[in-house]
Write a protein that binds this ligand. Structure first.
Ligand code: NAD
Length: 268
């Protein structure tokens, strides 16, 4: 495959780990990066996993063969809208890394679809409670599922292998599904458990005020819950708000089941 220019917007945990993964198997590709903060741009340049860096998102977009949006969900949608206004290469492929897919894919269909820009939603399902470029890890996605949501446009189906080939150095396992199915599954297995973990940690903090030794006694399992709940609150607000209907239904279901247990205890 000929030398490509890959544009990664957002040099945080996910964007910089993806850049490192791409570099591993495509050392000849030109990787260019956007980051609003200077510090991460300088680190990425100094460590050599981007060749050039900018704080002006639009300025590099026209050069790209592939654009990877690795910023918070709301910002991803804003960048999709902005890309629709820019004179991009006719063959450009745009993807993202957002933890929810439906809102992003709907925005891509609404804004990029009409201008003929190909978009495939992406979610590398590995991460960390740490964020930012300092937490980058070339092996972050190794053996992790990397979900792709191309939608049902046959042209996009054809471009999946192109994206997988680009990302082969992440060593992730690629899986294709609809954005709806992705959000339902991650809502149940990741987003909702996160809400429960946060509530359990709040409850434990209250317990700790009246029983200071409880912190010391919290076993390994509870520390895992604490770790889940300590992830970036801004990112989680973004995730919960972009998966609202599914989360609201899961919360209702949980309430009903909790009520059943309450009643069973009351009547015992
Ligand atoms: P991060 O905080 O490490 O990095 C976010 C990046 O976005 C930074 O470069 C930051 O400068 C930039 N950014 C933030 N707000 C911005 C704004 N308003 N305008 C322009 N740039 C902005 O976060 P991350 O973990 O790399 O998350 C990036 C994306 O990946 C998110 O959409 C997230 O849902 C998704 N994701 C995260 C994880 C995880 O566990 N952290 C896992 C999979 C996918």
């Amino acid at each position: 495959m000929s030398k490509k220019t890959i544009y990664i917007a957002g040099l945080g945990l996910i964007g910089s780990s993806l850049a490192l993964g791409i570099r591993r198997d495509h050392p000849d590709y030109r990787i260019i990066g956007y980051n609003r903060g200077e510090k991460s741009r300088l680190i990425a340049l100094e460590k050599g996993f981007v060749d050039e860096a900018t704080d002006n998102f639009a300025s590099f977009a026209e050069q790209a063969d592939v654009i990877i949006l690795a910023v918070p969900i709301e910002q991803t949608i804003d960048f999709i809208k902005e890309l629709a206004q820019l004179p991009l290469k006719s063959t450009v492929l745009v993807t993202d890394a957002g933890s929810t897919k439906l809102a992003i894919c709907q925005a891509a269909e609404a804004y990029l679809g009409p201008v003929g820009v190909n978009f495939i939603g992406g979610h590398p399902m590995a991460g960390s409670h740490k964020s930012g470029i300092q937490a980058r890890d070339r092996n972050l996605f190794e053996k992790a599922y990397y979900i792709l949501t191309p939608g049902d446009n046959p042209r996009l189906q054809e471009r999946i292998s192109e994206l997988e080939e680009l990302l082969v150095g992440t060593r992730a396992k690629f899986l294709t599904m609809t954005a709806q199915e992705h959000d339902q599954i991650t809502g149940s297995l990741s987003h909702f458990p996160h809400v429960v973990a946060a509530l359990l940690v709040n409850q434990a903090q209250q317990l700790n005020e009246s029983h200071p030794r409880s912190k010391q006694l919290a076993a390994g399992g509870f520390r895992d819950i604490t770790r889940i709940a300590s992830s970036d609150p801004k990112m989680w607000t973004d995730i919960l708000l972009s998966n609202r209907p599914i989360l609201m239904s899961l919360i209702r279901q949980w309430q009903t089941e909790m009520d059943d247990i309450y009643q069973w205890l009351e009547e015992a």
